[in-house]
Unconditional design. Sequence first.
Length: 378
Amino acid sequence: MKKYIFTLLLAFLTATAHGQPNQRLHQLEEFFQQQGINVSHKQTNAIDGCITHMMHAYPSMVNLQAPSFPEDISEEEKQRLIHKYDSINALRRQYFDNILDSIRITFATLGKDASENYMYEYHKNGVDTISYSLAFLGENDTLQSSRINNLVIFGRSHEAALFDYHKGYNEWFGGTEETGNYNHSYSIPSGITWNDMQPFDTVAFNSHIQPVLKRVKKLKGAKAYPVYWRHDEGFKKKDDFVSITTRQSEYSDNKHTGLTTGIHYFIPSQYKAEAEAIYQQLDSLAYDYVNSHPEQLYSYNYTRRFPYLNLKDIVTGYNFKDDKEYYLSCMCDKDGNYHILTLNTKGELWIPRDWQKLKSYINGKRGYLKGMEPKKDE
């Protein structure tokens, strides 16, 4: 649902932008960060004549339930543990209520000046639903909307925001779960028409971030491995992949072929502080580059730290004149090791399973890095 809402928002948003984002929404996002809630930032110039920004936050909470007590536990100890869980839940409740109240006040205040707004709440027997939406129109905007249950998504405005929240019992956690989905999108003019757009300059970008990547190689135990992933026409063994990006366009042969080459930088887990510093510097340089080159087609994503377990792109560079794309991607694995990839893809990007251990993948045949070969019983 979260991914669907995000995709729908991006598809709806067009640019008739007027300056910077609404300050009340910006303040709300700063408040999220202060409360420890990550606010991700996606930015792209894929829409004609503007830079589109999308902010996302997912405030959530699970109420802890006291475990089953052994029969021989004293009543005094049992009550002490129950009181401990109740105290923790009370603090969590106060914390999350402050977040919900801040969201409620922000949307209610902005609703008075919005071009259109929608506010829905339902509370009964421990089940709660909140859905807020608002939009601000420019002079030439024609508002569109789509509805998902009680949530209204506005499009074709220069700025829009929504918050969707649900509370109910989660059997997996054995307690009450509360999940929220906040999205804020706006556009500002770039002054560059689609006819003036240029393909992403991968050589210049790699040169721009190279000083940081050189620091990786200076860490003891860090490695730089070549990447070679290839799937040819007719190969369909998709169980081999953790991610498949298909590309159908007038520039592609549309045969679902793909060749990905590049470099895989590996940082051992003992360099946590150094790795996070490198990540922040890479992000800063990437953001500087895309903002300095609004004529080059790109998508930029910000998160506060190395993504855990999921390979995420900081920058995707598009060459809309053929079927080539560039990716700067990062991940922290389950063992605490850090991975940075600079990838050039011709055709479709298919990321093989165990890519961290591979020097090559060609139509199902794996070539493993030295020391990474699977054991015979695997």
